[in-house]
Structure formats: C-alpha cells, structure tokens
Ligand binder design. Structure first.
Ligand code: GTP
Ligand code: MG
Length: 299
C-alpha cells in the first residue's frame, strides 16, 4: 500500500522584521525571499516550496504588517490579508527580542474566527535566555488559542526540523502542487529585481530603503550566451538618487556587482546588468507604477 500524501499552503505572518523571510529561506535551504535589517523588506507575497518524504508544504512569505502610510502600504496590507484566506494553516511569527505589542494584537484580531489552525512561532531564540523564553510562552498562551507554540532560531537552526514536522501534521491529504525541482513560482524577472533591491537596502539607511522600487525593464538572452538585464531603480527624491549612485558611482557599482554575481548563480549564465536610477516623486502612491512593479496583480 502506498503511503498517503499530505500537502497544503501555509502563510507566514507577523510584524515587520521578525524573521519571516529568513525562516522560509532556512527551511528551503535557498534564498527565495530577500532579507534585511530594515522593517518592511518583503513587499510581495513570495511562494516557497518544501518537499518532505510524503508531503509538500507551500509557504507564503508575506510582508510584515503595519499601519499603511501610502498606497503601496495599503496594497501590501491587502495582499497579506488576502493570503490568509488561501491557506491550510497560519504561522504567526513573533521575535523573542521584541516585546509583545499592539501590532501583534492587531494581527491576532485578523486571525480570530479563521477556520484553520494558527501556529505561533517564537523566532530568534538565539537572542534570549531560556527563563525569558518560558515567560514569553506563558504570556502568548493567554492571548490566543494557538494550535502549537514553536520556539526556534533560523540563525542557529534550532528546532527547524521539528517545525516542518509539526506543519506536516496539520496538512490535509492532497496533491503535489509543484514539481520537485520548483522552489518558487516567482518569475525570474521578479527575483532579479528583488535581488537588486536587497543589495541597495543593505547599503542605505533611514528613509531611503523604503523609497526604493526596482523594476526589470528588459531580460534578454544575447547571441553570445550572455543575458542582458536592465533594471530601473525608482526613488522619490533627487537627494536619494545621489545616495543610491554614491560618491563617484561607488554605491551603485558595488551593489550592481554583488547583484550580478547572485543573478548569475541563479540563472547559470553570464549576466550584463544595466542599472538606471529614476526620480519619480510619490511613486508609492501611483497605481500604474505599483502595477508595473508587481505589487498589484495584473488581472
Ligand atoms: N539573531 C537572529 N536574527 C535573525 C533570525 N532570523 C532573522 N534574523 C534577522 O532579522 C532581520 C529581519 O529578518 P527578515 O527575514 O528580513 O524579517 P521579515 O520578518 O521577513 O521582515 P519584513 O519582510 O520586513 O516583514 C534580519 O537582519 C535577519 O538577519 C534569527 O533566528 N536569529
Ligand atoms: Mg520578509
């Protein structure tokens, strides 16, 4: 008799910066979702596929939830809320070095009444002592009827295997949604623009990271086997453009070099990466640009 196959979709939700994307990447063993020290790094719903022996878990990494301050913020929030209705389980992530706050209560209020199990992950346990963790667990237990509470660290790898095992136990019987070699459903051009955005986030501070939008304008294989990729980097102000370009163009050059190497590894071909910076005041409030940048789905 063949064993039964279990599969399903699970959403990773939580406040910005709690480690949702890092956790998904660690589980998959591949970098699907970009990561940075800045809050609101993830802007789209990113799919990552994990295959077990007789199971498949499709993770939906979602943007950190916060109060929207622009059209982009609103679109991002709505994408996350919509993701909650498509899944078989919800993973609510809180970072151990972060006190429980109004932001967490707000997210939990959205989860109330959902028919699917809600699993609490207490992430970044490498940052706190065991006694503190036990206190945290008690605190969260009182807040919501979580199906499970799983403390873990994506950094040290502690409890990661146990975590996938727990998710598997909540999945219904189902088909293999994605073939074995497919880790994400993100198109290459989206991954490329995310990689470029990550390299810029790593080199900028304050309001600049939030003002950056990257769009892949061209993605073409040339006859010499090289792939030509042209990306436009949108910022909101001239001063931000100067920062992105850097003194004598160094910031852009370094970010571009690092991005190019990562893209080459990803697509397995030499890449020519052409980056352009464009100032578009208030692009985060322009619907047509949000659509172009992939934040609003094309219907
Ligand atoms: N010490 C420690 N740091 C972690 C861990 N997981 C993630 N981080 C760090 O936390 C920061 C945020 O990680 P992300 O994975 O981008 O967080 P996120 O929840 O996806 O953030 P948004 O996309 O902005 O909502 C990064 O600097 C990570 O390196 C962990 O297990 N331990
Ligand atoms: Mg993220």
């Amino acid at each position: 008799m063949t064993e039964k196959f279990h599969s399903g979709f699970v959403a990773l939700v939580g406040r910005p910066n709690v480690g949702k994307s890092t956790l998904m990447n660690t589980i998959l063993g591949e970098k699907i979702s970009i990561v940075s020290v800045h809050a609101q790094t993830t802007r789209n719903k990113i799919t990552g596929v994990w295959n077990g022996k007789n199971s498949q878990i499709v993770f939906l990494d979602t943007p950190g939830m916060h109060k929207p301050q622009s059209k982009l913020g609103e679109v991002i929030r709505q994408n996350t809320v919509d993701a909650l209705d498509e899944v078989d389980a919800i993973i609510f992530i809180c970072a151990c070095d972060d006190p429980l706050g109004a932001g967490d209560r707000y997210i939990l209020s959205l989860l109330e009444g959902k028919k699917v199990p809600v699993i609490l992950v207490l992430s970044k346990i490498d940052l706190i002592k065991k006694e503190q963790l036990l206190k945290k667990i008690e605190q969260y237990k009182k807040l919501f009827p979580f199906a499970e509470i799983v403390p873990l660290s994506a950094k040290s790898g502690e409890n990661i295997e146990r975590f996938t095992g727990i998710i598997e136990s909540y999945l219904p019987e189902g088909p293999k949604y994605f073939p074995d070699d497919m880790v994400t459903d993100q198109p290459e051009r989206n991954i490329v623009q995310e990689i470029v955005r990550e390299k810029l986030l790593l080199r900028t501070r304050e309001e600049v990271p939030h003002s950056i939008g990257v769009f892949t304008e061209e993605f073409k294989e040339r006859e010499n086997g090289k792939v030509y990729i042209r990306c436009t980097i949108y910022v909101e102000r001239e001063s931000q453009k100067r920062i992105i370009i850097g003194k004598k163009g160094t910031l852009m050059k370094e970010a571009g070099k690092e991005a190019r190497e990562e893209i080459q590894n990803l697509i397995g071909a030499p890449v020519y990466l052409d980056l352009w910076v464009k100032v578009t005041k208030d692009w985060k409030n322009k619907t047509y640009l949000l659509r172009e940048l992939g934040y609003i789905e094309r219907k």
